[in-house]
Ligand binder design. Structure first.
Ligand SMILES: N[C@@H](CCC(=O)N[C@@H](CS)C(=O)NCC(=O)O)C(=O)O
Length: 233
């Protein structure tokens, strides 16, 4: 079977892996994971012991987890698509650098805000977490804005998996009302360009459960149960 991407809803960071798969254009399937309930069972632990999305089931029955690993893997499946670069080149280093920034500093800036979201029962702690999170998110956007100066895309002059990953995470800034993306001209330019991309529209439709038109290789959804016989025990 084609590779299967396990994507999480709502608001998953796996959004970027859906966009990257669409850009790659090779056949793939999707498996929808409602977070956190679908991750609690033994079945999902066989896919990712850390019980997080995204995860990717490969043709040989093995799985790959962690966004950075999955995104580099997708890019490397066909370097002629230009979503990534050959290892050992400066272009690859630059892509790796920006992906690492997004996957650590940028991603984790939102962590206090997600914790606050889960803390309805404790308003004082929730309010401290919100303050810390909003400050971290402001700082991360300041760094990203500077990084984008003079660059059309995150890794330079061409669209890569870093841009796919970024557009998924950038939604959280608005969702948590942490910063207004319009206040950062370089970031806002990139967001508008990506939001106009058919692969991004496709990923939004998939997450929302609306009819979605693939311009890539989407071959439909499979369920965890259907995949069970293919997974290592
Ligand atoms: N380091 C991991 C983090 C993945 C992660 O935190 N995924 C979230 C969704 S964005 C998740 O699965 N959370 C589990 C939950 O909400 O229960 C990666 O970059 O892939």
């Amino acid at each position: 079977m084609e590779p299967v991407l396990f994507y999480g809803v709502p608001q998953g960071c796996s959004f970027g892996s859906i966009v990257a798969l669409e850009w790659l254009g090779q056949p793939y399937r999707l498996c929808r994971i409602n977070m956190p309930e679908d991750m609690q069972g033994d079945l999902y632990a066989r896919i990712n012991t850390v019980r997080e999305t995204p995860a990717l089931l490969l043709e040989d029955g093995t799985t790959l987890s962690e966004s950075a690993a999955i995104l580099h893997y997708i890019a490397a499946r066909d370097l002629s698509k230009g979503l990534g670069f050959a290892q050992g080149t400066r272009d690859h280093d630059r892509l790796n650098q920006v992906l690492a920034f997004l996957n650590t500093t940028y991603f984790s800036a939102f962590s206090p805000l997600w914790r606050a979201y889960e803390m309805e029962e404790n308003p004082p702690v929730q309010s401290v977490l919100r303050e810390v999170g909003r400050e971290d998110v402001r700082k991360a956007h300041g760094h990203l804005e500077a990084m984008l100066e003079g660059r059309e895309w995150l890794a330079g002059s061409q669209r890569t998996v870093a841009d796919a990953y970024f557009i998924g995470l950038s939604r959280w800034a608005t969702y948590h009302r942490a910063v207004a993306l319009q206040d950062y001209p370089n970031i806002w330019r990139l967001v508008r360009k990506l939001e106009a991309d058919p692969a991004v529209a496709f990923a939004h439709a998939i997450e929302a459960g609306r009819p979605a038109t693939s311009s890539g290789g989407f071959r439909g959804h499979v369920t965890l149960e259907e995949l069970s016989p293919k997974l290592a025990a």
